[in-house]
Design a protein. Structure first.
Length: 825
């Protein structure tokens, strides 16, 4: 018997190996195998049975071992990864790697022990006997160690058979990065100060205000039922530093306690009680019926569920998933990473409890491996997670939901395969005779067009869900503030024009909440010398450095590589001292707000304030608990639902609008609509949205102002059709990267020339320096391919042929092929 094995190499082919007698039962499709390749031993995956050995005219090498009892890759995923490899023009081995849990690309470790059972038949088995003798001599050991001592020819399959006879015990773990428990420091009163009056006594004794504040904060937590809060929470509430806490610990008044952090807090929260069932609205019921009809007859179908935030989409996902589970089938829920909050997960857990496995990017390898294994063994039947969850190892799939299907974060870039999770979801559902639901308030133009063409079925939820008294929250009023006009009227001094300032002021006074979007972090994006125009740039990237303020100091930072520099006092070019800060980042808006509404609690949410694992979640919780203003980058546009938000302000609606990317206006429209949807979610409090712009007549703003998705789609689609851009065509890019600019350019030119030869009806544009020409000392060039019509075939053919002709780029240089590019810059 032979098998075809795909190796994790940039080679687009499978290799045939002979299966030795001892491994025949174990060598199933999808299982990992150890095979000799050139002078190495590699781990590959069996993708199917090979031709009979006699028919081959070369000497077939033998598989050394089969590494899995249960194949890591299901048959369905083998087939899907083949499609991914073909469609996104990447080697099958790379696509397969994407479905393996992080832990399995590291070697798994098998720990062996001899049991008390008599060796029975194994006494006569030559290798078996040697293994038993070795175990008797060495006690608990690993298979790798046994192989080292006894010789390499100890297949795992043999050990498994011995384990089945109970003569050895096997435990499989990850060899690398075993999950070490993570701890956090908590704080409590020392035993002598735990009685009720101790805090008051301490406060009397202590001189320092900060120390008193810490004691007071800790007593406060205790009174709230948390006698051992996190140290950082106490510091924050007391506005005190660690040194204050330390001095109290040194005085013997407080104690530090290390506590283990839960492995996956999203998973480990107890499942809440299921909410009472409510009747679906007619539109929800119609949508659900359409979906369950398809599920009932095991028919593939993709449904585009178009409904504004709060229209009851999630409710439909849940009911559809219930229908699928009732039929014993499994499901996948995809959400954008940032929307994967405990609140989202808890909502599903209320209905499905422990059937859910959560996958997210901040999990460590052990956590991910555990979640993966629960899905693979069928212990969990529902995967919920960001884009990679579309590759979850589920069998008998009934439903895939892609929430916020228009999100750009569904496209993978590095490492390959550069797949679009929405499109893979549709393809996976198709192959599994399952149903796919794409949900959005602002569907991508691709999906809207696919619905018009009849490839998807369109379902509408036209209204927000009304409250118990039957009232429906109205859509918020949207006001556009023309910044040029505001300046003329002397109503603009800083980033916030007077009408926006007043609106914020009113909300703070009334105890209502405000969300402010500024899609740029830091203080000021650019510094510029007034005299000569010099602006500081990163050493390694061709971008200007952003001014950041922190702890009273200032620093210049590169947002691409993290490089940091001091702020120059004078211009290094001309010696001038007038260095101006240009543009506005979230920090600068925050500083302005502190002046405009000094009494307000302001929370800033951007990448700088959410670096820690729960930073994002903690900020949302604090906002929910009543802070006045949530200010941030596009992160704030998604996720939670806040009932007291009556004002949404967009500080600069033009950020991103003028990028030379054909999706720029679609993205802007989506972001503005999304953030506007955060206002006025309750029926009692009307919402208002204020957009500040220098392009008040831009179509993206006009339609966002009118809440007019159809109008936007009509106009944008007409333009796309004329230019042959998606959905009326396909684009692909090839990015060339490397340390030496000339060599990158030459590489790009050679490739592009060949692409032109193979392009057929496709257009090839470039190569050109990328929009940001240099990142982390790597020069970047780009070539764009474009073809009209429904099939990306000509692009794929040109890319495949060129890649095969070129082979791997020189060491240190990279060629990234990206089909259906989301970011053409
Ligand atoms: P979306 O996912 O479109 O934002 P949700 O499904 O979250 O909308 O619904 C918005 C709110 O309305 C949620 O609090 C949800 O529990 C509630 N809801 C949804 N459908 C109904 C219904 N048929 N009856 C009563 N409440 C509903
Ligand atoms: Zn200068
Ligand atoms: Zn940089």
């Amino acid at each position: 018997m032979t098998v075809n094995v795909v190796l994790p190499l940039p080679l687009d082919q499978a290799y045939t190996y002979r299966v030795p007698e001892a491994l025949v039962g174990a060598a199933q499709a999808g299982a990992r195998v150890l095979v000799p390749f050139r002078n190495r031993r590699l781990t590959g995956i069996i993708v199917g049975e090979g031709p009979a050995a006699e028919t081959l005219d070369f000497d077939v090498k033998a598989v050394l071992d089969v590494l899995d009892d249960v194949p890591v890759c299901t048959e369905g995923l083998l087939d899907l990864t083949k499609w991914i490899a073909d469609y996104y023009v990447c080697p099958w081995g790379e696509a397969l790697k994407a479905v393996l849990p992080a832990g399995t690309t590291v070697e798994t470790e098998h720990r062996l022990t001899r049991t008390d059972a008599a060796p029975d038949a194994w006494a006569d088995h030559e290798v078996g006997r040697t293994v038993l003798e070795d175990l008797a001599a060495h006690g608990e050991t690993t298979l790798a160690a046994v192989r080292k001592r006894v010789g390499p020819a100890v297949p795992l399959a043999l050990i498994r058979r011995m384990a089945a006879d109970d003569v050895v015990a096997v435990e499989t773990t990850l060899s690398d990065e075993r999950v070490a428990p993570k701890t956090e420091t908590h704080l409590r009163f020392a035993p002598a100060f735990q009685h009720k009056d101790a805090p008051d006594d301490l406060i009397e004794q202590l001189r320092g205000n900060k120390q008193r504040a810490v004691v007071r904060a800790l007593a406060g937590f205790r009174a709230e039922g948390t006698p051992e809060p996190r140290r950082t929470d106490v510091m924050e509430r007391a506005d005190a530093s660690y040194s204050t806490v330390r001095s109290l610990v040194e005085k013997g008044m407080l104690e530090l306690v290390e506590k283990e952090v839960m492995r996956s807090p999203l998973d480990d929260l107890p499942a809440p009680d299921p909410p009472p069932d409510h009747d679906l609205l007619p539109a929800q019921q119609d949508a659900l019926d359409a979906v369950t009809d398809a599920v009932d007859v095991h028919r593939y179908g993709t449904f585009l569920l178009h409904g504004i935030t709060g229209s009851g989409k999630t409710e439909v996902y849940i009911r559809a998933l219930q229908a699928v589970r009732a039929r014993g089938r499994t499901g996948i829920i995809l959400v954008p990473e940032i929307a994967l909050t405990p609140q989202t997960v808890q909502r599903f857990r209320a209905h499905f409890g422990d059937e859910i496995a959560v996958l997210h990017s901040q999990m460590n390898m052990g956590e991910r491996y555990d979640a993966w294994r629960r899905l693979r063994t069928g212990e969990a039947a529902i995967a919920i997670g960001p884009r990679s969850a579309v590759l979850a190892p589920l069998e008998d799939l009934g439903l895939i939901v892609v929430d916020e299907e228009h999100e750009a974060s569904y496209k993978q870039f590095d490492p390959a395969p550069r797949y679009h999770a929405r499109d893979v979801a549709v393809m996976r559902a198709h192959r599994a005779d399952a149903v796919c639901i794409l949900g959005s308030a602002t569907p991508s133009l691709e999906s809207t067009m696919n619905a018009r063409w009849g490839k998807y079925e369109r379902l509408e939820l036209p209204e927000r869900v009304p409250d118990a008294s039957g009232k429906t929250a109205a859509l918020p009023d949207v006001r556009v503030l023309d910044l040029a006009l505001q300046r003329k009227k002397h109503q603009l001094d800083g980033a916030l024009a007077d009408p926006l300032r007043e609106a914020i002021r009113t909300r703070v006074d009334r105890g209502e909440q405000t969300i402010l979007l500024q899609n740029r972090r830091g203080y000021a994006p650019v510094l510029e010398c007034e005299d000569c125009g010099w602006a500081p740039e990163c050493q390694s990237c061709s971008v200007s450095l952003t001014l950041h303020r922190h702890d009273g100091g200032e620093q210049l930072r590169c947002h691409y590589c993290g490089y940091a520099a001091r702020v120059p006092r004078q211009c290094p070019e001309c010696g001038g001292r007038d260095i101006h800060q240009i543009g506005t980042g979230t920090q600068r808006v925050e500083a302005e707000l502190e002046e405009v509404v000094p009494d307000a609690t302001i929370l800033r949410m951007d990448r700088d304030t959410t670096r820690e694992k729960h930073g994002h979640h903690d900020l949302l919780r604090r906002f929910e608990n009543g802070a006045d203003i949530l200010l941030g980058t596009q992160m704030i546009a998604k996720g939670l639902d806040f009932s007291r938000v009556t004002l949404v302000g967009v500080v600069d609606a033009d950020v991103g609008l003028l990028f030379p990317d054909f999706r720029a206006e679609e993205r802007t429209f989506q972001l503005l609509t999304q953030v506007a949807g955060r206002a006025g979610r309750t029926r009692e409090l009307a919402g208002e949205v204020i957009l500040q712009t220098r392009n008040p007549d831009h179509m993206a703003l006009r339609y966002a102002q009118e809440h007019d998705y159809e109008g936007f789609a009509e106009e944008a689609l007409a333009e796309r059709r004329e230019l042959g851009y998606p959905p009326f065509g396909h684009v692909a890019t090839v990015e060339f990267r490397g340390p030496d600019e000339d060599r990158v350019e030459r590489l790009a030119e050679n490739w592009t020339e060949q692409l032109r030869q193979h392009a057929g009806p496709a257009g090839v544009m470039g190569p050109e320096p990328a929009f940001i020409q240099r990142v982390k000392k790597q020069h970047r060039y780009r070539t764009l391919l474009k073809v009209r019509g429904g099939s990306p075939g000509p692009l794929q053919t040109a890319l495949r042929r060129t890649r095969d002709a070129h082979g791997a780029p020189p060491n240190g240089y990279h060629v990234a092929v990206d089909v259906d590019t989301q970011d053409v810059l």
